[in-house]
Design a protein around this ligand. Structure first.
Ligand code: MN
Length: 381
């Protein structure tokens, strides 16, 4: 039996995690849930999974939730969950959105919890520090991201020195077939129409700008310890091939499956087992055609920005993430245009961060400083 602590339970990954684990009441027990603003759904999840701890976003939400569970709130509430001890093997599923995911991941590692990570910002912001903590506290960190789950599966039983390249597939997002000129006046509603995946708003915008793929390159670098020059991307609009690994002898392994996040979720939670999951649909290959094309860095400059920031290391990925996060929120609020997101990210990765001392507090401080600065500049406050 594993004890699950699910952060971001009402979001896309959170609800899909709860959906898929309800097939395995004998394997998993939900010990804690953190809820967002959808308290009606939160109440339903509490009734269904009966957790010991519930975290709500705001203090005012406490009175709106009916439960016997210990109730906590806000960022401190997330840390309370990360620190909470239970009897069985503890797994924290981090499905929070954005930089808010970093501190709870760190606290959970220090509390001896294994991590199932959907919050890619954690590794983008602090991959090196998180990896060191994972080693120091002897916990595991399993990816919940279809591409990284694919690479992880392809690498099973392989030696690192045999790897030539990791090849991350990209669906192309909502604007795959548009030119840059056609992006000038796209709306929030246009950007939120992802062709293949059902996801939250922030990651859907990140897919449309291709920042998501850039983050995934950085994530892959830290998860698999592969240099950036050996991490490639490719456009694959069907989202059936979830990623590939190319070996020195030119042999290539791919992991394929239906585009359903519940598959990488259940794999991350059951690793190394592939358990029988009756509620998932079999992949039907008959009649399917798969396409692969180069992913243009001129069309999607955010990819270059991610490689640039990743290669510079230190605080550059922090700046990349912070500028992107603030800009995406401003776009979702109708304050800036779609292409302004790129412009703002470009501006912030071109500042000098070399004098800062690399540690968690400085990372969090820089993240919040950049985000506040961008909100202020574009009229948020
Ligand atoms: Mn992904």
């Amino acid at each position: 039996m594993k004890d699950l602590f699910i952060l971001g339970a009402c979001g896309s990954i959170g609800t899909q995690t709860l959906d898929i684990i309800s097939n395995y009441r004998d394997r998993f027990r939900v010990v804690a849930l953190s809820l967002g603003r959808n308290l009606k759904l939160g109440q339903e999840l509490i009734r269904k999974f009966n957790p010991q701890v519930v975290c709500v976003r705001e203090k005012e939400h406490l009175s709106q939730i009916k439960t016997e569970a210990k109730c906590v709130y806000g960022d401190e509430g997330l840390i309370y969950i990360a620190n909470y001890k239970s009897e069985n093997e503890m797994v924290l599923v981090n499905a929070l959105v954005g930089s808010a995911g970093l501190k709870p991941t760190i606290a959970a590692i220090k509390a001896g919890k294994n991590i199932a990570l959907a919050n890619k910002e954690t590794l983008v912001m602090a991959g090196e520090l998180v990896n060191n903590l994972v080693k120091e506290y002897k916990v595991t960190l399993n990816p919940i991201d279809s591409e990284h789950s694919a690479i992880w599966q392809c690498l099973r039983g392989e030696k690192k020195e045999d790897i030539k390249n990791l090849i991350i597939t990209a669906s192309g997002g909502a604007f795959r077939d548009r030119t840059r000129a056609e992006l000038l006046d796209v709306t929030k509603a246009d950007a939120l129409k992802h062709p293949n995946w059902r996801m939250g708003e922030k990651i859907t915008i990140d897919s449309a700008t291709m920042m998501n793929k850039g983050f995934e390159v950085i994530e892959a670098h830290f998860l698999f310890d592969i240099p950036y020059t050996n991490i490639k991307t490719i456009l694959h609009k069907e989202s059936i091939v979830h990623s590939l690994v190319e070996f020195n002898d030119t042999s290539v392994k791919a992991q394929i499956g239906t585009p359903d996040m519940r598959i990488p979720i259940i794999y991350a939670l059951n690793y190394p087992e592939h358990v029988k999951t009756p509620s998932l649909n079999d992949l039907i290959l008959e009649g399917k055609t798969l396409h692969f094309e180069p992913l243009s860095h001129e069309r999607f400059p955010m990819l270059d920005y991610a490689y640039y920031a990743g290669n510079k290391g230190g605080f550059y990925p922090v700046a990349l993430n912070a500028a992107n996060e603030a800009a995406v929120h401003l776009f979702l609020d109708g304050k800036i245009k779609f292409l302004d997101i790129e412009r703002i990210v470009y501006e912030y990765i071109n500042k000098d961060y070399s004098s800062l001392e690399y540690n968690i507090d400085e990372i969090i401080r820089l993240d919040s400083k950049i985000q506040k600065e961008i909100y202020k500049k574009y009229g948020e406050f």
